[in-house]
Ligand binder design. Structure first.
Ligand SMILES: O=P(O)(O)OP(=O)(O)OP(=O)(O)OC[C@H]1O[C@@H](n2cnc3c(O)ncnc32)[C@H](O)[C@@H]1O
Ligand SMILES: [Mg+2]
Length: 171
């Protein structure tokens, strides 16, 4: 089974590899930085879903893999504040387009204020924690859940949702 991954971010790549290696004996991966055709900081669920879907389609197009996977992080407003949201998409060569959503938690006002001013969550999280590359490690979800749920484990669940739906639909 050959999987095209529409990112080189290790938190996302590791989540995808773990799920597929658990399910398939023979599996190969191709990881490519892939255009999402949405803003660097998606600001709604809809935009985040589009980013995931575009990555999955674009990365499948440029490889000879069986399926393409796109994972996209974003934020979404609610009456209860701004939440970090996470969406994934899996597409295959038979026209199946599968979507799955991940966990979401509220962001502190000091972060959501800056996001509304047009900043990106990645750099904001580095500033907030005085560390670098949070987006490639535990992520905002990891920081604000005291490490209980990391960006990798959150995306691992999203990839399980994608693969499970695809297996069900193609069995
Ligand atoms: O290399 P890619 O796959 O693009 O990975 P990324 O870290 O940039 O992640 P996304 O493009 O999916 O997320 C869009 C923006 O939101 C940020 N973001 C989303 N979730 C995050 C998290 O949990 N921690 C830190 N930044 C996050 C991310 O850094 C981007 O600035
Ligand atoms: Mg990005």
């Amino acid at each position: 089974m050959k999987i095209a991954i529409g990112t080189t971010n290790p938190a996302k790549v590791q989540a995808i590899q773990k799920v597929f290696e658990e399910q398939y004996k023979e599996v190969q991966f191709q990881c490519l930085k892939t255009e999402s055709h949405v803003s660097e900081q998606p600001m709604t669920d809809q935009e985040t879903i589009e980013g995931a879907l575009n990555r999955a389609k674009n990365v499948l197009k440029v490889t000879d893999c069986d399926v393409g996977i796109g994972l996209e992080g974003g934020v979404s407003e609610s009456l209860y504040g701004m939440f970090v949201c996470n969406w994934g998409a899996l597409v295959d060569r038979q026209g199946n387009e599968i979507i799955g959503g991940g966990a979401r938690i509220a962001l502190p006002n000091e972060i959501s204020r800056e996001l509304k001013a047009g900043k990106e969550l990645g750099p904001l999280m580095d500033e907030y924690t005085q560390r670098t590359g949070i987006r490639k490690k535990e992520g905002a979800v990891g920081i604000f859940t005291n490490g209980l749920v990391t960006r990798e484990t959150m995306f691992l669940h999203v990839v399980q949702l994608l693969l499970g739906q695809w297996q069900y639909r193609t069995k």
